[in-house]
Write a protein that binds this ligand. Structure first.
Ligand SMILES: [Zn+2]
Ligand SMILES: [Zn+2]
Length: 256
């Protein structure tokens, strides 16, 4: 079976060579989603949770974030409270230049299977990060509903499906964007103000309200989207909302 798989793979590689989404060099057999040297660079952007606020995930080493700190003799955090509706956020990687190239290919280049890049580390984090959250349901934003999306698939769906599968949970595209919004043109505070009431719950949202909800996001930028969705979910009766983002732009994260 393995031999057959190898033959199939080398034949595919011959008629349809694959290229590294980051540096565009040809990928040979044995290498997966990007070339080995880019894989190393991407791995360096992994975010160490120990250096972060356990609630909002802000970098505690930055002076301006000193409002987030551990309370004396406990594991509880005093969080600066800018993000108040969700209970914890965790992100896998900093959005470095290398990740940015990969993200573009994943989200806009139509290379759906690049989501596999996140899976090894995600699987590794399940016991340490995700299981202690006691999640009942996994969800993501149904981006296709916004209309401007021409893809036939949604990047976060693949991730949500795998996480739900591994944790034996139900999942769905539970949230939809009510109106088109181009956040990239907005400043930090504009995003926060404009986002209010811009999401709704879709028909896939279960009638039996889950207790602890995990929202999967591709990129966490200011936290305004995550926060607004957490507000919506809590209004609906959900007790705790957790955010898992693949990539995070936060403080000094984007420097490479
Ligand atoms: Zn490469
Ligand atoms: Zn915090």
């Amino acid at each position: 079976m393995k031999a057959l798989h190898n033959i199939k793979e080398s034949f595919l590689g011959f008629i349809m060579p694959s290229y590294c989404p980051c540096c565009h060099s040809e990928i040979y057999e044995g290498e997966k989603h990007c070339c080995q040297s880019c894989e190393k660079k991407l791995a360096k952007a992994e975010i160490i949770p120990e250096e972060r606020c356990s609630i909002c995930f802000t970098d505690l080493s930055l002076k301006k974030n000193r409002l987030c700190h551990k309370l004396n003799d406990t594991n509880r955090m005093f969080c600066d409270g800018r993000v108040i509706f969700f209970d914890a956020h965790y992100s896998l990687y900093s959005l470095t230049k290398d990740w940015h190239k990969l993200l573009k290919n994943w989200k806009f280049g139509g290379n759906r299977y690049l989501y596999n890049c996140f899976l090894p580390i995600l699987q590794e984090k399940i016991d340490r990060i995700l299981k202690p959250w006691n999640i009942d349901r996994v969800g993501y934003i149904d981006s296709a509903a916004a209309g401007r999306d021409l893809r036939s698939w949604k990047p976060c769906e693949d991730i949500a499906r795998r996480v739900a599968e591994w944790m034996s949970l139900k999942m769905g595209a539970d949230i939809f964007k009510k109106r088109k919004q181009n956040q990239s043109q907005m400043s930090f505070s504009e995003r926060y103000l404009s986002i209010h009431d811009s999401f709704g719950l879709s028909s896939s949202f279960p009638s039996a309200i889950p207790k602890n909800y995990l929202l999967i996001e591709d990129v966490y930028t200011t936290g305004s989207t995550a926060n607004e969705i957490a507000r919506l979910l809590k209004k609906k009766g959900i007790k705790k909302v957790f955010i898992l983002s693949m990539l995070c732009v936060f403080g000094n994260d984007s420097k490479d």
